[in-house]
Design a protein around this ligand. Structure first.
Ligand code: OSB
Ligand code: MG
Length: 375
């Protein structure tokens, strides 16, 4: 049995090497919460909450995550014995929602439990791939030429799949120009819900449908399964859902309603590796292609994404680029890097397979908190 006796929270700020703009906002640095758990034998596990600082992508933000971890999730896990990460997750079952916060502790429990067994998280999950195909997600740029430069840089670096952020007014033309300049890459777009779901006949979609895209991700808002189903009926291009799939039940509903033909599986959005694996298993059982999405994770969360993406149902390239795309310095060693567009899975190393470098955390930490059993 494993009993977590200490939980430390670290709010860490890393600057981005290149500003990132989506349909909703622009950012130059990221504040994520790193979590370190220590059990009664002194074994340690790390997790990350990759919640954005502001509630544009989802209802959570970094302060709600801090509060949930400090006042609810942390105290509910402390001092409660468990054997598997699924049992650890069950300690938080009485609480609703707040999945980005939940994911941090879930990842830390997977890391700690796998380290104790001397296996990697990838192996503990049932992952088999030795490396995973990685794609880059590119933000909205000031000009189409600047976007073309970004695509050229990443394709030159070996990436073979590119995702473009779109919004009304920045959609068909930039996508068409990228397609024309890079006819052979895997290309897809992500709207983060910026279009009006009552208009599935918007001609933008018919025009995007002609550009040989791998998918159109989350065109409408989070809860609009019907709008996505009506759009999917009109398109050859698969609709992919991201924000909409916050639970295993919603994944089941989306597939039953034919609201999408692809699912973006995110550890953070689903509240941990356990539920993310369940959505993976569902997609696999239905023959629905899946891929692993990202939230600009630091090395801890990124390593968890890579472990997940090593499962056999991830048949499309994932948003698991090398962390050098985002950060000059990351918090783990060895650094996470793509080689010829693929990221290696550290399947032979215990736990997440990338060790947290304490000095990097210390150099970038904004705030800490510590919870101990019996306090
Ligand atoms: O919608 O997939 C998204 C980043 C932050 C918030 C939402 C999204 C993204 C990305 C980046 O697209 C994916 C990555 O981590 O590389
Ligand atoms: Mg997305």
């Amino acid at each position: 049995m494993i009993t977590v006796e200490r939980i430390e929270l670290f709010l860490v700020r890393l600057p981005l090497v290149h500003e990132f703009e989506t349909s909703s906002h622009r950012k130059g640095h990221l504040d994520h919460i790193l979590v370190r758990i220590t059990d009664a034998d002194g074994a340690v596990g790390w997790g990350e909450s990759a919640s954005p600082s502001d509630p544009y992508y989802c209802g959570e933000n970094v302060e709600t995550c801090w509060l949930m971890l400090r006042d609810y999730f942390g105290p509910a896990l402390l001092g409660r014995p468990w054997e598997t990460p699924d049992q650890a997750a069950a300690c938080l079952r009485q609480f609703q929602g707040n999945r980005f916060a939940r994911a941090a502790l879930d990842i830390a429990c997977w890391d700690l439990a796998s380290r104790r067994l001397g296996v990697s998280v990838a192996t503990a999950l049932g992952g088999t791939a030795r490396d995973v195909p990685a794609g880059v997600s590119l933000g909205i740029e000031p000009t189409i030429d600047a976007l073309l430069d970004q695509v050229a840089g990443h394709v030159g670096h070996g990436y073979r799949r590119v995702k473009l952020k779109i919004r009304p007014g920045w959609d068909v033309e930039p996508t068409r120009r990228v397609r024309a300049s890079f006819p052979d890459i895997g290309l897809q777009v992500d709207a983060n819900g910026a279009y009006d779901g009552s208009q599935p006949d918007d001609e933008v979609f018919a025009r995007l449908d002609e550009l040989n895209l791998l998918m159109i991700e989350q065109p409408f808002e989070e809860t609009d399964l019907l709008g996505h189903a009506l759009l999917q009926q009109r398109l050859q291009t698969p609709v992919c859902l991201d924000e909409a799939i916050t639970t295993v039940g919603l994944a089941r509903a989306a597939l039953a309603l034919r609201a999408c033909r692809v699912i973006n599986i995110k550890v953070s959005r689903l509240g941990g590796l356990g539920p993310a694996k369940q959505v993976h298993d569902l997609c696999r059982a239905h023959g629905v292609p899946a891929w692993c999405g990202g939230m600009h994770e630091f090395g801890v969360g990124r390593a968890a994404n890579i472990a997940l993406a090593s499962l056999p149902g991830f048949t499309l390239p994932s948003d698991v680029s090398g962390s050098d795309k985002y950060f000059a310095r990351d918090v783990v060693e060895p650094p996470i890097r793509a080689v010829a567009g693929r990221v290696p899975v550290p399947a032979e190393r215990p736990g997440l397979g990338h060790e947290v470098v304490w000095s990097e955390v210390a150099d970038h930490v904004l705030r800490t908190a510590e919870l101990a059993a019996g306090q």
